[in-house]
Ligand binder design. Structure first.
Ligand SMILES: NC(=O)c1ccc[n+]([C@@H]2O[C@H](COP(=O)([O-])OP(=O)(O)OC[C@H]3O[C@@H](n4cnc5c(N)ncnc54)[C@H](OP(=O)(O)O)[C@@H]3O)[C@@H](O)[C@H]2O)c1
Length: 328
């Protein structure tokens, strides 16, 4: 793409899991990427420029991002602070997008649907959040609809649990955390389908949607990703990790997550309370239908599961574990 004609995307939260993947994908597709983070960013791809500015300096961000036609909201407050920070951070991003006349793009999650959600989640599935975090997410998406009357154009691309970019996913913090000791953990019964999003693929979906003309108002599209039961996921981890020498030979020990204990002690350990609130997602089989997204952008790159896991497990093995919250 000619440098004078290439479109510009502002990625808010470029140091995060999705923000990092989006930075890579947009830059690879030839976009000029303005990668906002509050800390220094290292190893940006060619075509990406760091904007080390805080979110609350709106005027400076707006000046630095002049010309951006897309704002990707890849910010995610610390899991224990969603009540305080989720909506204000999103409002700041929406203000910026409106000021720039840019289209606003949000990675949505499945929290909006609550404990009565059907097995197959389509764009027509009603939102019926049953948790505080689900209600905050629904409120966030309602704000996009409210701002549509002021001209904001938004896209929500809803996805399952992230894996495959950076640290802090269920895969590295729990499931495969102790694979070197021959142990794999699964947070729920092994026979329930669960929706996963391999981040480089999800980021490509954002690029594909952003590369098409925007539509008025809010458009929501679901990203199918990989739908796997616990048994399927653990079998795939075993299949991929053994030849890489990341899982020792011999029988694998299986562990779970002590949800009951975490619930009981949630009053003392806030992150346990927050995580336990969402434990139902491991009990309820669910999948996202990607049909509408495919109808809009055509077939998307879909990294086969084993390859996606191979890259993710390799990256994990090279990076030290961090005790952080698994936050969707
Ligand atoms: N994680 C999932 O499985 C999942 C699934 C579906 C949808 N989503 C959604 O996708 C979006 C991105 O999630 P993610 O997991 O990629 O996020 P993440 O890695 O947890 O964090 C994104 C970034 O937000 C920044 N941030 C947090 N609080 C901030 C604040 N007060 N001011 C400025 N920056 C702040 C952080 O900056 P620092 O690096 O400086 O701390 C971080 O780099 C969220 O809306 C999330 O709900 C996530």
């Amino acid at each position: 793409m000619n440098t004078s004609t290439r479109p510009t995307v502002l990625i808010l939260g470029a140091a995060g899991r999705f923000g990092g993947a989006a930075t890579q994908a947009f830059a690879q597709a030839g976009w000029r990427v303005l990668a906002q983070a509050r800390k220094p960013l290292t190893a940006l791809p060619p075509g990406a420029e760091a904007l080390q500015l805080p979110l609350d300096d709106g005027p400076a961000l707006a000046r630095a991002a002049t010309g951006a036609s897309v704002v990707v909201h890849a910010l995610n407050p610390v899991y224990t602070r969603w009540g305080q920070d989720l909506l204000p951070l999103a409002e700041a991003s929406m203000d910026l997008a409106q000021h720039l006349g840019a289209r606003f793009m949000l990675p949505g999650n499945v929290y909006n649907f609550g404990t009565d959600m059907p097995r197959l989640l389509t764009e027509a599935t009603p939102h019926s959040a049953t948790t505080r975090k689900g209600r905050w997410r629904s409120a966030l998406e309602a704000r996009l609809a409210a701002r549509a009357s002021q001209g904001l154009r938004s896209e929500v691309i809803r996805a399952g649990d992230f894996f495959g970019s950076g640290e802090g996913s269920w895969l590295d913090l729990a499931i495969a955390k102790d694979m070197a000791k021959g142990k794999l953990v699964y947070p729920g019964p092994l026979d329930r389908a669960h929706a996963w999003a391999y981040l480089p693929d999800l980021a490509q979906a954002f690029v594909a949607v952003a590369s098409q003309p925007s539509v008025p108002g809010v458009r929501t599209l679901h990203f199918a990703g990989h739908t796997l039961t616990g048994a399927e996921l653990l079998a795939a981890v075993e299949r991929v990790a053994r030849p890489l020498g990341l899982l020792p030979a011999g029988p694998v020990k299986h562990g779970g997550i002590p949800w009951g204990l975490m619930r009981a002690l949630g009053w003392a350990v806030p992150i346990w309370r927050e995580l336990a609130e969402m434990a139902y997602l491991w009990e309820l089989p669910h999948a996202l239908s990607g049909d509408a997204l495919q109808a809009v952008v055509g077939p998307l790159p879909a990294t086969p599961l084993d390859e996606a896991l191979r890259r993710s497990l390799r990256a994990m093995a090279g990076a030290p574990h961090q005790e952080a919250a698994v936050a969707a």
